[in-house]
Design a protein around this ligand. Structure first.
Ligand code: FNR
Length: 189
């Protein structure tokens, strides 16, 4: 069985290293995972006045999340947290009350930064948010990727074999995690 994975990139930057990482992860993933980006760029800033009538970009965002079996967050760390744009997207997804797009939907988090902590602090904060949103999260392996120039080519090829192998295992584990979640409770239940 194939599973659909929607990936969210926490960065809106044109040359985002996290976008490069996402590309690499897709290349290294098991063939039973199908990937689509769930874009966050066009979402206005959320407030609950929108709840009775979400604007088109927010509707599209929630439909895209509803269409996938699992979510992969690939995010940079901004000031030891997740970028505001990503938090804004999560807030949209969590509402209106009772229509939380992340509820019971498996997720995983990963990210890269030039610093040696490799987005660890941001990822911990994201895990806390996703916990509240009732998303079953892959706990392990964790992946904190320090980005050095040339680590990932523009085509998403990882140039360091040990890193490629690590990321391949990460995606294989994510696949297994998704399988386990849906074996316990089938998608149509
Ligand atoms: C950063 N950066 C950064 N890096 C980090 O490891 N921890 C941090 O807390 C921060 N904080 C931070 C704040 C802001 C406002 C910016 C713009 C940058 C550096 C960051 O890791 C670097 O810019 C990466 O290139 C961001 O990833 P993307 O956007 O290229 O995917």
């Amino acid at each position: 069985t194939n599973f659909k994975v929607g990936y969210l990139i926490g960065s809106l930057a044109k040359e985002s290293i996290n976008r490069k990482l996402a590309k690499a992860l897709i290349r290294l993933a098991p063939e039973h995972l199908e990937f689509t980006e769930v874009p966050i760029r066009d979402l206005p800033l959320y407030n609950y006045d929108y709840d009775p009538d979400f604007p088109p970009p927010a509707r599209a965002f929630k439909s895209a999340l509803a269409a996938v079996d699992a979510v992969l967050f690939v995010t940079p760390e901004y000031n030891r947290s997740i970028p505001g744009g990503l938090k804004n997207a999560i807030d949209w997804a969590s509402r209106p009350y009772g229509q939380n797009s992340f509820a019971r939907k498996p997720s995983a988090v990963i990210g890269t930064s030039p610093g040696s902590i490799g987005t660890a602090v941001a990822q911990q904060q994201l895990r806390s948010v996703l916990g509240f949103c009732n998303s079953p999260q892959m706990n392990a392996p964790e992946a904190y990727v320090q980005f050095k120039p040339g680590l990932i080519t523009d085509d998403g090829e990882v140039t360091v074999e040990s890193t490629a192998e690590f990321l391949r295992k990460y995606m294989a584990e994510f696949h297994q995690f998704i399988v386990r979640v849906y074996t316990a409770l089938p998608r149509n239940a």
